[in-house]
Ligand binder design. Structure first.
Ligand code: ADP
Ligand code: MG
Length: 317
């Protein structure tokens, strides 16, 4: 099969059609109409086999996750996703693999009514680069530099599950099948918090999606906002499966340092607390922003908590 029939058979007819796409995949460029009075939010993420995922990862989940991690960045900005492009490098043309990859990718396109507007298809080691475009009204973006002393710190969902799922795949952790499936599912099929990011417009100050672990990602907010924080480790939201898998200390360690959760961490000023409480989203208060720099980990008793290892994966570390 040629590159062209591959594009035609698999990628060109994947997604819902949107009215703001004047010309989609198939020409030299896509032609798109941005809404008046909104900013275009653009983000790119690459997933490389052997670095971001095991080369034998099930293709459906890979297609899903490659898109999910990009949508998660739009969510963390408060943006409403619209258009996606896909640059994929394939070692071989395996039609059953491609069909499943496309089905996983299409699941999220359909949920959020996004159109695949183009991309590139090349031969080489397996790698997937996605660019996602969304819209956000001016002055409503949830930027990393917007946290202020006195803001409470929140996270959506539960933390550490994907990290435990990875340990299960690496045979570093054994547990009952149902819990193991839950945790691996959280690693393979993160739910981008689009609805939550959207709801937090005009309420949250700063936000970030947790891809490298809470401690590392929260520190990006602290550095850019020129503030510090105290986190209450015993307030971190943990799932029943994670509590079943490991003891409390290990669960906290995973929640603080393991990547791939794709939950949102956000800060909310006192004045917006009442509005936050009216939202129908799930979140947990885990700490507070303070003027003095640095991230301080504590128990709610006031006792200091030490991280066993440095947070955050670094590609050139
Ligand atoms: P060009 O040589 O002009 O870059 P390509 O042969 O790379 O064109 O792509 C032809 C058309 O197919 C373009 O519109 C491109 O956006 C689209 N396309 C290529 N690969 C993909 C893909 N993986 N998913 C969606 N569209 C794709
Ligand atoms: Mg090309």
């Amino acid at each position: 099969m040629s590159e062209f029939s591959l594009i035609k058979n698999y990628f060109a007819k994947l997604s819902p059609l949107r009215q703001d796409v004047l010309l989609g995949a198939g020409d030299d460029c896509a032609l798109l109409r941005s809404p008046i009075n909104q900013l275009l939010a653009v983000t790119t993420d690459t997933l490389v086999a052997g670095v971001h995922f095991f080369a034998d990862m099930p293709p459906y989940e890979l297609g899903y996750k490659a898109l999910a991690v990009n949508l998660s960045d739009l969510a963390a900005m408060g943006a409403e996703p619209a258009w996606v492009s896909l640059a994929i490098t394939l070692p071989t043309i395996d039609e059953s693999w491609l069909a499943q990859f496309c089905a996983g990718f299409a699941e999220l396109l359909k949920i959020h009514q996004l159109q695949l507007i183009g991309g590139d298809t090349t031969h080489g080691p397996l790698s997937i680069t996605i660019t996602a475009h969304g819209f956000i009204p001016e002055n409503q973006a949830l930027k990393r530099d917007a946290a202020r002393p006195g803001d409470k710190i929140y996270v959506t969902g539960t933390l550490g599950d994907a990290g435990a799922g990875l340990k299960i795949l690496k045979n570093e952790l054994q547990l009952a099948e149902t819990y193991a499936t839950d945790l691996i599912d959280r690693l393979y099929k993160p739910m981008p918090r689009i609805r939550e990011g959207f709801a937090l417009r005009g309420i949250a100050h700063a936000a970030i999606d947790i891809s490298d672990g809470l401690a590392a990602d929260l520190q990006h907010i602290l550095a850019l906002s020129q503030v510090g924080a105290t986190l209450y480790v015993d307030c971190l939201p943990l799932s029943p499966a994670l509590n079943q898998a490991v003891d409390k200390k290990q669960a906290w360690q995973l929640a603080l340092t393991a990547g791939d959760d794709y939950e949102l961490c956000f800060t909310v000023p006192q004045a917006k607390e009442a509005k936050l409480q009216q939202l129908e989203i799930t979140y947990t208060c885990i700490g507070v922003i303070e003027p003095s720099p640095g991230l301080r980990l504590q128990l709610t008793t006031g006792k200091t908590y030490d991280l066993a290892q440095q947070p955050g994966y670094q590609h050139f570390g």
